[in-house]
Structures are given as structure tokens and as C-alpha cells.
Design a protein around this ligand. Structure first.
Ligand code: MN
Length: 299
């Protein structure tokens, strides 16, 4: 690590993104909401009857939009800082709906860490964020859902979870319920990373292999998002579908001769990367395993 004074003057990276959302073929309303406002990208899937879900996801996304993050080029933001913002969204939803409406929230912020670009992924609930790298689609987030807990406990398989009657029951949400802490993952950006943020209206209808195939064949991020929504509609479209696709382009680091370079180039195992733990929630900041154990006490 170089000292602050001689550290690279900043990351060089360009993002391209696109998004699409559809209420699907069975639902009257689209209770999903999304934001694609560089450097923050997220999907919220609202829950609650009589339009309450739409209100919850809308407030959630508006809180992110008004956070001051959109439009900033070099955001230095820790998981703790992002948790504060997510907690603010939770409070805003509760104030507006009296705890009768909730929403999931997942996505990513492009952050700068010691002059290098990182993805700071976040999740509450069962919407998902994936990363496509070198032709491999990997789910970054771990669902907060009853079926995920059954899978983690070895009680059912992932295939059984897909058709389980309680597959829509989430164990964490914003705006409702006792458990609102997010999980975070901090990963270095690599050239040509493609990030997918989506609601369960996509993953409930379209198999991961097919999602991966579409992401690898449709170059434009907006067209890829639209193609994924169309695939979910063709598969039945039983839920609202929301998709954000983000591409990392022109990733470079202004390195001085002898500089240590991007930590990710030298420490390719993800176990060695910085991990964050918000101190105010008691939950695991970086969870590779959703069955990590009972949550700590809330303050
Ligand atoms: Mn949904």
C-alpha cells in the first residue's frame, strides 16, 4: 500500500447500464421499483396488499436516489455507511406505511477504495445480484428466505426450493418485520465484469443457465435487460419482473512505477479481500454462508 500522498489519484473506469421492468402477466400492479443512477444500482420488490408494496419499494428507491450518491464519480463508502442509508429507507417506509408494507432491496454501488474500483454489493430479502465474469455467472447475494434456510440446513435441494409452497416467504425486509440488516460483499472490479440485479420475477421464471446465456449473447446492457424480462414473460410472467444490467468498461488504474497495483490482481482469492462488518446491526457484513448462525442482538 502506498501512503495517501503518493496513492493513485483515482480509479479510471466507465460504467454502462440498462434496465427494464414489467408488471408481468398475472399481477395488476408493478410493485417492483429500480434505480440505475451511476454509481448506485438497485432493485426493490415491494410486498403488502392494496398498493402498499408499491409504496414501500418506491420510498426505498427514492431514499437511494436522494442520498447524494447518484452522479458522484468517486464514492468512498463503507458497508457501515451504506447500512445507514438502508436503515434510513427502512425508517422512511415505516413512517409512511405504519409497518404494514415491506420491500426487498438488492444491488451494488461502485465505490473507490484506496484509489481502486470495487463493487459494494448489498442485500435484504430475496431479490438477487449476480456477477458475470469470464463466462461464469455467479450469484453474489444470498437470499433471506425460508427456503434458503431449508437449503442451507440440507433439508431441501435448490431444485425443490424453486417449487416449494413457501418459496416467497422472506426472512428479512425493509419497512416491516424485526430483521432489516443488510448483508454486504466487497469485491474488486475486473475489466468486463457484468452485473445483474433482479427481482424474483426473473429468477423464479428463468433458469440460471438461460439467464447466463442471454447475458453472454446480448452485448448492450439495456437490450440484455429487456431480453431477460421478455424471457420471464414467455416463461409465464407470474410476478413483477425487474432487471438492471451494469457493465464495467475501460477499467484501468493510474499506477505509478513500482506501485503495488490493484489488490485484486495480486490477491485473486476472494477470501483475502477487505471485509466489512456494520457495528450497528449485529449481523454479518459479509456472509458467504447465509446459515452463519443466529443474529446478534439489536441495539
Ligand atoms: Mn417478486
Amino acid at each position: 500500500m502506498t501512503a495517501n500522498g503518493s496513492a493513485p489519484t483515482g480509479m479510471s473506469i466507465r460504467l454502462e447500464s440498462g434496465s427494464a421492468s414489467d408488471r408481468g402477466l398475472r399481477r395488476e400492479l408493478n410493485e417492483d421499483a429500480l434505480i440505475a443512477a451511476e454509481p448506485i444500482f438497485a432493485v426493490a420488490d415491494g410486498m403488502g396488499g392494496h398498493e402498499a408494496g408499491e409504496v414501500a419499494s418506491g420510498i426505498c428507491v427514492r431514499t437511494l436516489r436522494e442520498s447524494g450518491i447518484p452522479g458522484r464519480l468517486h464514492v468512498v463508502l463503507s458497508a457501515d455507511g451504506l447500512q445507514e442509508l438502508i436503515s434510513r429507507a427502512d425508517r422512511n417506509i415505516r413512517e409512511a406505511t405504519g409497518g404494514n408494507a415491506g420491500t426487498t432491496l438488492t444491488g451494488v454501488v461502485l465505490v473507490e477504495e484506496s484509489g481502486y474500483p470495487y463493487w459494494l454489493f448489498f442485500n435484504v430479502g430475496d431479490s438477487r445480484t449476480y456477477r458475470l465474469r469470464h463466462g461464469e455467472l455467479a450469484q453474489v447475494t444470498v437470499d433471506h428466505s425460508e427456503v434458503q434456510e431449508l437449503v442451507d440446513g440440507g433439508r431441501i435441494t435448490a431444485a425443490q426450493a424453486h417449487v416449494h409452497p413457501r418459496r416467497h416467504v422472506v426472512t428479512r425486509a425493509l419497512g416491516a418485520g424485526p430483521d432489516t440488516g443488510a448483508d454486504f460483499w466487497l469485491r474488486p472490479v475486473e475489466p468486463d465484469d457484468r452485473i445483474l440485479v433482479c427481482s424474483d420475477g426473473l429468477t423464479g421464471e428463468v433458469a440460471a443457465d438461460r439467464i447466463s446465456e442471454i447475458l453472454q449473447t446480448v452485448a448492450d446492457p439495456g437490450e440484455a435487460a429487456e431480453a431477460l424480462v421478455q424471457a420471464a414473460l414467455r416463461a409465464g410472467g407470474r410476478d413483477n419482473i425487474s432487471v438492471v444490467v451494469i457493465d464495467a468498461r475501460d477499467v484501468g488504474v493510474r499506477e505509478e512505477p513500482g506501485d503495488a497495483g490493484h489488490p485484486g490482481r495480486h490477491a485473486l482469492t476472494e477470501d483475502t479481500l477487505p471485509r466489512r462488518r456494520p457495528t450497528d446491526t449485529g449481523n454479518n457484513a459479509v456472509v458467504e454462508d447465509a446459515a452463519a448462525g443466529p443474529e446478534g442482538p439489536l441495539p
